[in-house]
Design a protein around this ligand. Structure first.
Ligand SMILES: [Fe+2]
Ligand SMILES: [Fe+2]
Length: 227
C-alpha cells in the first residue's frame, strides 16, 4: 500500500507529491494501482523510489516516535502551521475574488471553498486536540483508555471521514485554479494565494498521512482486546 510505503520511508513523500500520488487519504491502494491512475509505469517509478536515499535526515521519522510524542509533534508542527496559514488564505482568496472574479468567475468559488475548508479544519483540529489526542496519550501512557470514555474507534473513523472531505476540497481548489497555476494577468496577491494553497496542500498531505497511516492504526493496535 502506498500509505505504508511512505510510513516506512518518509523521504519518499516528496517523490509521491511531485507525481501527484496521494499517500494520505487515498493511501490505501497498491503502488501499481496508484501508478496506473497517474499513467506511470510502475517499474520505472520503483527505480525512481529506489534511488532516493533511505537514511532519514531532514524528514521526521514519525514511525519511530511514541504515540504521545507523535501527537505532540502533529500539534506543534502541522496544527500550528494550519492555524497560521488558514486566515491568510481566507483573506487573500476573498480579496482576489472581489477584485478579479469579473475576469475569472471561478475565483468566487475558490474563496467560498477556502472559507468552508478553513471552518471545517479548525473544528476538526479542535476535536483532535480536545478529544482524540488526549485519549491516544492516555492509551500510550497507561495501556488503557480512561474509564467511561468509550473506544477511540468512532472518533478515529470520524476524523478519517473529515480528512476525505478536506482532501476533496483541495482537489476542487486544484481544478478551479488549474493546479495552482497563475496566468500572465494574475496579480501578486493571486500569485501568493496560489503558492500558499500549494504549500498548504503539501503540508496537509503529510499531516493526514501521519494521522491516517501511523498514529491512528498504531493507537487502534494498542487497544486492549476487550475494548
Ligand atoms: Fe491533525
Ligand atoms: Fe486530522
Amino acid at each position: 500500500m502506498v500509505g505504508h510505503i511512505v510510513a516506512a520511508r518518509p523521504l519518499l513523500a516528496g517523490v509521491f507529491e511531485r507525481v501527484g500520488i496521494d499517500f494520505c487519504c487515498g493511501g490505501r491502494i497498491t503502488l501499481a494501482a496508484a501508478c496506473a491512475k497517474r499513467g506511470l509505469d510502475v517499474n520505472t517509478f520503483i527505480s525512481v523510489l529506489d534511488a532516493v536515499p533511505s537514511a532519514i535526515t531532514s524528514a521526521t521519522d514519525a514511525a519511530a516516535m511514541s504515540l504521545s510524542a507523535l501527537a505532540d509533534h502533529i500539534e506543534s508542527t502541522h496544527h500550528s502551521f494550519t492555524k497560521e496559514e488558514l486566515p491568510v488564505l481566507v483573506e487573500q482568496s476573498q480579496r482576489v475574488a472581489m477584485k478579479h472574479s469579473g475576469r475569472d468567475a471561478r475565483l468566487t468559488e475558490v474563496a467560498q471553498t477556502v472559507h468552508e475548508m478553513a471552518r471545517e479544519m479548525i473544528e476538526h483540529m479542535a476535536k483532535e486536540e480536545e478529544v482524540l489526542f488526549p485519549l491516544v496519550r492516555a492509551l500510550d501512557q497507561n495501556g488503557e483508555l480512561p474509564s467511561r470514555r468509550g473506544s477511540i474507534a468512532d472518533p478515529i473513523s470520524e476524523m478519517e471521514a473529515e480528512h476525505q472531505e478536506t482532501g476533496a476540497a483541495l482537489e476542487r481548489l486544484r481544478t478551479l485554479t488549474d493546479n495552482f497555476t497563475p496566468d500572465s494577468e494574475s496579480c501578486n496577491t493571486h500569485r501568493a494565494l496560489l503558492a500558499g494553497l500549494a504549500r498548504f496542500e503539501q503540508d496537509l498531505h503529510l499531516h493526514v498521512h501521519k494521522e491516517n497511516n501511523i498514529l491512528f492504526p498504531r493507537a487502534l493496535a494498542r487497544l486492549p482486546a476487550n475494548v
